[in-house]
Design a protein around this ligand. Structure first.
Ligand SMILES: [Zn+2]
Ligand SMILES: [Zn+2]
Length: 259
């Protein structure tokens, strides 16, 4: 089995402090590829460096909507520079977070649009972070993502109806361990409507360990197998077949070389 963790934060302290162990456990579990996602200038730089050190590890770079208020011209220049690195396979995570509101909506929108421009210019897909801002996010994408090749809504927490809107726009949907939670019936119903050629799986680690490992405080890529199992059962498929199909989807989305 070969799975790709399409959204993890391996540069965050809890994982970075034992990166060799994290990667070894992941490989043993069958999770043999990773897209580590930067969230600020420091983590963007680290994500690219880390990806250069490991086979089948790639990076995404952007400023998280939480930090949109900090974005200046040099921040954007750094993203453009890193975007040219051969290990950078996406711009993200970017979008709107109207749950925490750590940055003003105005700043989040400005930075989101700026990221979409970079993605279009460098011909890279975009990883969307969207929380309590679904309609606004779709509207910005409809207005500004015209030339962006591919778009994925990561850590999808919307309804089946919202999933259909995402799919109708030609976008992709990625699920975390949240889909395994007992109270996540809505998320499972959303997963039900997503075909495998538009579906990806991620940990978003160090956050959100899946059941039955939810008590493990620091999530890591090895645990993504539980999320994949849950989704395979939902799709009434065996895990190997499910994994083969979503790994092909992930490879195509990020334009990764064959393993
Ligand atoms: Zn996110
Ligand atoms: Zn994330």
């Amino acid at each position: 089995m070969e799975l790709i963790d399409t959204h993890c934060h391996l540069t965050f302290d809890d994982l970075a402090c034992d990166i060799d162990g994290v990667v070894a456990r992941s490989r043993r579990a069958g999770v043999t590829g990773w897209v580590t996602v930067g969230t600020d200038p420091q983590h963007n730089q680290k994500a690219v460096e880390l990806a250069q050190n490991f086979e089948n590890m790639y990076a995404a770079v952007a400023i998280h909507p939480h930090d949109a208020k900090t974005v200046t011209a040099p921040t954007i220049a750094q993203i453009k520079e890193l975007a040219q690195n051969e290990k950078v396979v996406a711009i993200g995570e970017t979008g709107l977070d109207y749950h925490y509101n750590h940055s003003l909506h105005h700043d989040q929108t400005r930075v989101f649009i700026e990221h979409l421009k970079i993605a279009a210019d460098f011909n890279l897909p975009v990883i969307i972070h969207c929380r309590k801002a679904f309609d606004e996010t779709i509207q910005i994408l409809e207005e500004h993502a015209g030339t962006v090749k591919k778009v994925v809504f990561h850590c999808f927490s919307g309804s089946a109806e919202q999933a259909k809107i995402v799919l109708d726009n030609g976008f992709y949907i990625s699920f975390t361990g949240v889909v395994t939670f007992k109270n996540a019936e809505k998320t499972r119903r959303a997963a039900d409507v997503v075909p495998l050629d538009r579906l990806m799986v991620e940990t978003d680690c160090p956050y959100m360990s899946p059941e039955p490992m939810r008590k493990q405080k620091v999530n890591e890529p090895a645990l993504m197998v539980h999320t994949a199992k849950c989704l395979a059962e939902l799709k009434r498929m065996d895990l190997a077949d499910f994994s083969r199909q979503i790994t092909a989807t992930s490879r195509a989305f990020f334009a990764l070389p064959p393993a």
